[in-house]
Design a protein around this ligand. Structure first.
Ligand code: PMP
Length: 439
């Protein structure tokens, strides 16, 4: 039963475990957009491996591709020694990227999680520029290894001794809690002007960073999209100052935001692109793809036993292919707009501060209408209410994750294959759960 497995896990696993506390189920089986627990309850899964399962659970495309490798090629772990599965993956990955970027791109396989690829990207730009400081952003999430952790825009979570000192956090545009107190285009302009001033001012001490790193839509930060115009400005400024721009598309990559890659919305290309999650088709796989001009690395400069796994490459190859062939980016845009329309249905409630996101990466932030927030504007985030909403969703058969400040934002990351009917169902459950939790 669920209870037996949950109790056993609580006894044996680290106190740091998170999901079982908020989502008390043990998964017996899963398929498409749903999971079924040991007691036979079915849930819509809007967590979907933290945005990993673009095609949902157990999709035949990656599953059959893995079976072919097992049956025919029988090479499932060759480090990063050349194997057909790897060459197929690289071909498909490069074909998914805009020509302007892919033409001069180099691919480096990384130890398989997103955080490892972030570390590789930091190392790469430091080696290429000879500089050491990194500019990151408030609200950012890039992973839990030391370098990635130091980029975290949450001072409490990263409060462990020894994180990198040479990281500067800059204001990320946010229309709900504008960093300069001004929303919209004016606010975005202030946020980019701030970066430009820092890079231009010899007194700032950060005129020569090794790189600027950001998520085109902050995921764990609460589904907060970077405005296109701001991103274009950051691209212009980093070019003019010759600073590599690293885009972390670990969560946004492969169709989730309504374009294959989120940077395409802004019509820019990065110098370094960090990818993981969806590109492995549900298995651990991560890469950095970067401009040839940064390729200062010598042989062996970036090693790691698990950089090569042919099963993950086959699953990833099949998943990327499926997303491209079926225009799942456009589908995500359409389903995302539909889900968002439904979610806007709770926006009038005093306890709902903001509904935001892009494509199928959406968030609803809960606030305490009686608690002030420093400065003008919104109220304080209400993590307790968000947790109550999450629990009410769960009772009704819907899994949503929390993120953002105080974990007060309910986050939606359903598989990209979600249908109209499923979107309508998911939204109806959520709206009902919100009414119940707020009452
Ligand atoms: N970058 C971003 C934008 C992410 O969302 C995450 C994971 N949520 C990571 C990096 C870290 O990836 P992993 O958990 O695979 O280490």
């Amino acid at each position: 039963s669920n209870d037996a497995l949950l109790a056993q896990q609580a006894e044996r696993e680290s106190n740091a475990r998170t999901y079982p506390r908020h989502l008390p189920l043990a998964i017996a089986e899963a398929g498409g957009v749903t999971v079924t627990d040991m007691d036979g309850n079915e849930y819509y899964d809007c967590l979907a491996g933290a945005g990993t399962l673009a095609l949902g659970h157990n999709h035949p495309a990656p599953t059959e591709a893995m079976t072919r490798v097992l049956d025919d090629e029988r090479a499932i772990h060759t480090l990063d020694i050349t194997a057909p599965a790897k060459e197929r993956f690289v071909d498909t990955l490069l074909s998914s990227l805009p020509d302007e970027f892919a033409e001069n791109a180099k691919v480096q396989f990384c130890s398989p999680a997103g955080t490892d690829a972030v570390e590789a990207a930091l190392k790469l730009v430091k080696a290429a520029t000879g500089n050491r400081s990194i500019l990151g952003f408030q609200g950012a999430y890039h992973g839990m290894t030391a370098g990635a952790l130091s980029l975290l825009g949450d001072a409490e979570t990263k409060d462990v001794p020894g994180v990198l000192a040479d990281v500067h956090h800059l204001p990320f545009p946010d229309d709900y809690r504008p960093p300069f107190g001004v929303g919209g285009d004016d606010g975005h302009r202030l946020a980019s002007t701030y970066v430009e001033n820092l890079l231009a001012d010899p007194k700032s001490g950060i005129t020569d960073p090794a790189g600027v790193i950001l998520e085109p839509v902050q995921g764990e930060g609460g589904a907060n999209p970077a405005p296109d115009a701001w991103l274009r400005e950051i691209r212009r400024i980093t070019r003019e100052h010759d600073v590599p721009l690293v885009l972390d598309e670990v969560q946004t990559g492969l169709g989730r935001t309504g374009e294959t890659y989120a940077f395409e919305h802004a019509g820019i290309v990065p110098d370094v692109l960090v990818l993981s999650k969806a590109i492995g088709g549900g298995l651990p796989l991560s890469v950095v793809v970067y401009d040839d001009a940064l390729d200062e690395w010598g042989p062996g400069a970036h090693a790691g036993t698990f950089r090569g796994n042919q099963l993950a490459m086959a699953a990833g190859d099949a998943t990327i292919d499926y997303v491209l062939e079926n225009d799942l980016d456009a589908h995500a845009a359409e389903m995302g707009a539909r889900l968002r329309d439904h979610l806007e249905g709770v926006a009038h409630l005093d306890a709902v501060g903001d509904v935001r996101g892009r494509g199928l990466m959406l968030g609803v932030e809960f606030v305490d209408p009686d608690a002030p927030w420093p400065g003008a504007g919104p109220h304080a985030p209400d993590g307790d209410l968000a947790a109550a909403v999450q629990a009410a969703c769960f009772e009704r058969g819907l899994i949503v994750e929390l993120g953002g400040r105080e974990s007060a934002t309910a986050r939606f990351l359903p598989p990209l294959v979600v249908t109209r009917e499923q979107v309508d169902d998911i939204a109806a459950i959520f709206v009902d759960a919100v009414r119940d939790a707020v009452a």
